[in-house]
Design a protein around this ligand. Sequence first.
Ligand SMILES: [Zn+2]
Ligand SMILES: [Zn+2]
Ligand SMILES: [Zn+2]
Length: 349
Amino acid sequence: MKDFHCTCGQRIYFDNTHCLACGRSLRFDPERHTMVALTPSESRGPTESEATLVDEAGRHFRECRNRTQYRACNWVLPASEKQPYCRSCRLNKVVPHLERPGNVRHWTKLESAKRHLLYTLIELGLPVRSPKETDGLGLEFAFLEDSRSNANVRESFVATGHARGLITLNLAEADDAYREKTRQQLGEIYRTILGHFRHESGHYYYELLVRGTHWRSAFEQVFGDPDLNYQQALKRHYTKGRTNDWQQHFISAYASSHPSEDWAETWAHYLHMRDTLETASAFGLRVNVPTSTRDIPLQALVDQWVELTVVLNALNRSMGLQDAYPFVLTETVVTKLRLVHQVIQAASQ
Ligand SMILES: [Zn+2]
Ligand SMILES: [Zn+2]
Ligand SMILES: [Zn+2]
């Protein structure tokens, strides 16, 4: 993530909505991929009743409807844009029942992590389009509840997952206590909302960029057969558990369950790396990461990443916290990351 500043000079963050120093409204402009400091404007949007905001350079913007209705979004649209939702919110297929107490708060957390995911996807030059915006496979999101957290819902179990471009997340993942309990039950060392989104986006981009393309055979060489029986593989993983030497070959125990899960876990790690290295670089740490993905060799990224995570973990330990990055990159894992890197480089627009 880049380091952003308000017009007044104050350091600001991706999720901010108001500058505490000067009071300007802060929004993210996905067209220019940056935060903008805005003040109310006299001019109106496409519907006359709609207020617009203006930046220092005189560019006019409209609020996303999820900002005006629920304060759940901080992305803007060009003032001339007719559609009500921003580039992130228009990818929503299903949102939870927002009349239910607590749901807006939880959903807002999911939306925030989703925007963070999209920031990195756009930064890497990957296509981010809703089904309406593409002839190919579009990206959509569904945020659902099940009867474990809401007795009024008929569905008894909503699993986080991906199917044909639709990423589904259980709203309960926004509940820290639920997520931590699930993390312990599954013996995971890392479970975050952003991690879920990054993982599921890996399944989407496999469908879009790998399946049915010339990358398919390289995938099979590095990850194995993606068409292995999925249900059987997952069942085996959850009943028999992980092998003792999984760390030699996989980035996480879950990655060892099926080649598709291995790809998605490796993809998620690649996004963790790219975003965290960008943040480190933006805040002046001695990492040298070009913004373009085209030229940089994977090994250079990995070397800087290993150096950075050693420091990151040491800092966390000094604060009495657990390691921020509890993973090991073996040669096999680096080979897998290299394929992800190559696929993204080739797709980068
Ligand atoms: Zn300011
Ligand atoms: Zn929005
Ligand atoms: Zn998965």
